[in-house]
Design a protein around this ligand. Structure first.
Ligand code: MIG
Length: 670
């Protein structure tokens, strides 16, 4: 059962697209809200008293457990490369939660469709209370109850939620292949080297990503002519080898009187503006940049059409970055900071506090809230609700101004939608699209990568917790930077990352400029890497069809054990193993030097161990039937270990160097 409570006049985020016509809706009826209390006297405040054993799930992309209880979260798309435990926000804003109550068998979902900052205090301030706070008392709140008599209540809530937000994006099959990326790849030679080395060591590969260096001065939709004599020919050369090239597109457009796109954007009035009517500019990679008003449908269409030049060059995949939007500085912000710093520097008796203040002033320039509050979007008045600026009469094209911070979480989502709308209308082939920032609704247009993780063991575990939470919110095509983005990886860490990555729909090795190079062929015994990566291709008949089924039926691809086995007390506490579809379970190793790990089997399963054979042959699997319960499982670095439920079988293909050479129909059953 689904109910919608509309408070005030919400902004239309378009995240919910299939609200059933016979479902109940209530308008401004806080007193009828069936769970918890709603107070509208000072913004929107919701509170719900939890029982001791209540669990809180959802919230998509966060640094937290699968069970989110005990922490505060802020829904605020943020470019923060330090994914440490105390962080309240990452790049996505995913306001869907499920409260699971064992004591009185009450399980229900809540979706707060609100495009500004939302603070979710999941029993941190008070150990028994969940509170949700928004500045504007204008939002839609959805309540989702499980279907009567179902046994897996959380999954039932998730499926119903997924049905109202619409089907998730399906990438092309090749985007399920192994993909290599690195910040720094920007030349024809880079592509050639990466391709040749994978081939040399027999490591399968389907795509190579280009980071900002392929552009001319970091200008979107341009090519650095020194790096590529003939970009189109380079793309074709790779495609002839079954390698797809995936360039990055950043949100900001360089302020540049010489550039056509900047001139055009200004002329057509498609950039966000400040209160004084001047275009807003902030520093990002290209330097001072303009920001397309993605909330304006015309501007969105215009930006989307810019992808055409690259599509015409043979490009069939993109990654949209910096679209929270990340802001390194604004001119006003810098001026203010310099004034403050000068004051501090004039201190006659320098001390450490004074010095730290200077450091903090500098750090505060980046992604500053004052900047997010300083610019405006032009939105159709029918969408703006109560967020339309009061003083602004509707202009004659039916649009009104909305201040950015109030709809911040929709920015990246609509950048990606701009591209996706263009592909939908103009491309006959499926296009790979991933975005860094997201809001629920964007799952219909693209996947996401989980941003700038580190080469840390704990970040394998973080991924395991993010995957099911993201799936709950519709994001199925997702994965992390395998090997870790920041910091220097190690051989064993990369192998363990890859061993999880072979199961994630997006399987991409990516790392930051200046870190240790982490392509598989950089390490000793590349055949160990070959064993892992080539096994991915063997799993593709199962994984790709499972993916499509999850899209069609609104199901989760990765499920926590607690969702699948709600009455098993041990399963409730396991957050480092995941079910994949209805047939598999994984229990990845995420500890350095561990030769295996303890695994809990919630029912009888077959433990499958595969390893390295000759060439692409990953050898005969060793199958061992195990009973329900706790087992110690050995997992050597170069072996793949997973579990198949008793009575289930999965199709396994022969491996291939890329998906184009993969025979999906020639499979054996394991
Ligand atoms: O400020 O384009 O998350 O994947 O390599 C950093 C450079 C900008 C952040 C992305 C990362 C990408 C990097 N970008």
């Amino acid at each position: 059962m689904i109910y919608r409570y509309t408070f005030g006049k919400p902004f239309n985020t378009e995240s919910v697209v299939n609200f059933p016509s016979d479902a109940k809706t209530f308008t401004d009826k806080a007193e009828l809200f069936p769970y918890g209390k709603t107070d509208l006297s000072d913004g929107y405040n919701f509170s719900y008293v939890l029982k001791e054993s209540d669990q809180i799930f959802g919230l998509g992309q966060t640094v937290a457990g699968i069970n989110k209880r005990g922490k505060v979260y802020e829904s605020w798309c943020s470019d923060d490369p330090y994914h440490t435990e105390e962080k309240k926000s990452l790049y996505g804003a995913h306001n869907f939660i499920v409260i699971n109550s064992k004591e009185d068998d009450k399980t229900f979902g809540l979706y707060f469709d609100y495009p500004g900052k939302l603070v979710i205090d999941a029993a941190w301030s008070k150990f028994d209370t969940l509170t949700v706070k928004a500045e504007e008392p204008h939002l839609d709140v959805y309540i989702i109850e499980p279907e009567a008599k179902c046994t897996k209540k959380i999954l039932s809530v998730v499926e119903q939620f997924r049905s109202i937000i619409g089907k998730s994006y399906i990438p092309p099959l090749w985007a399920f292949g192994y993909m290599q990326s690195r910040w720094g790849y920007g030349t024809e030679q880079d592509l050639q080297n990466v391709y040749e080395n994978h081939k040399k060591y027999g490591i399968p590969l389907d795509a190579i990503f280009l980071d900002i260096d392929y552009m001319d001065g970091f200008r979107d939709f341009t090519i650095n002519k020194n790096n590529f004599k003939d970009f189109r020919a380079a793309v074709k050369n790779m495609k002839d080898r079954n390698i797809h090239i995936v360039p990055i597109i950043d949100a900001g457009i360089k302020v540049d009187p010489e550039s056509d796109i900047d001139k055009e954007g200004l002329k057509k009035d498609f950039f966000c503006k400040k209160a004084d009517g001047k275009p807003f500019a902030a520093g990002v990679w290209p330097g001072l940049s303009h920001f397309t008003d993605f909330l304006n449908p015309k501007a969105r269409e215009w930006f989307g059409s810019k992808y055409k030049a690259l599509v015409d060059d043979g490009i069939d995949g993109f990654w949209n970055d910096m679209n929270e939007p990340a802001l390194f500085y604004s001119e006003d912000g810098l001026k203010e900071a310099y004034t403050e710093i000068k004051k501090k520097l004039s201190n006659e008796n320098p001390d450490v506090y004074n010095t730290w203040d200077i450091k903090n002033i500098i750090l505060g320039v980046q992604n500053n809230m004052d900047d997010y509050k300083s610019f405006y979007h032009r939105v159709p008045s029918t969408f703006a609700g109560a967020l339309a600026e009061k003083q602004e009469a509707e202009s004659n094209d039916g649009t009104v101004l909305v201040r950015h911070d109030k709809i911040h979480n929709l920015y990246g989502c609509n950048m990606t939608r701009a591209a996706a709308d263009f592909f939908e209308k103009n491309c006959s082939d499926k296009i790979l699209m991933i975005s860094r920032a997201s809001y629920i609704g964007m799952h219909r247009y693209s996947g996401i990568w989980t941003g700038d993780n580190f080469s840390w063991w704990s970040h394998i575990l973080m991924l395991l917790k993010q995957l099911p939470s993201l799936n709950m919110c519709g994001f199925l095509y997702t994965g992390c930077d395998l090997g870790g983005f920041g910091c220097n990886t190690s051989r064993d860490l990369l192998l363990r990352f890859l061993s999880v990555g072979i199961f994630t729909p997006l399987m991409r090795n990516h790392s930051a400029l200046g870190t240790r190079e982490q392509e598989c062929y950089r390490f000793e015994n590349p055949e160990d890497f070959r064993a892992i990566v080539s096994f991915r291709y063997r799993l593709l008949p199962y994984l790709y069809s499972l993916y499509q089924k999850c899209v069609e039926e609104g199901k989760m691809y990765f499920k926590p054990l607690s969702f699948e086995y709600p009455s098993d007390p041990v399963a409730q506490n396991i957050e480092d193993q995941l079910m994949i579809g209805d047939d598999l379970m994984i229990a990845p190793v995420y500890t350095q030097n561990a030769q295996g790990r303890t695994v809990y089997l919630p029912e009888a399963m077959t433990c499958v161990t595969c390893g390295r054979g000759t060439g692409l042959d990953t050898g005969k699997p060793v199958m061992k039937k195990l009973k329900k319960g706790v087992h110690f499982i050995e997992v050597p670095l170069n072996k793949i270990v997973f579990f198949i439920k008793k009575g289930h079988k999965i199709p396994v293909a022969e491996s291939a160097m890329n998906t184009a050479e993969l025979n999906l129909n020639k499979t054996e059953l394991w």
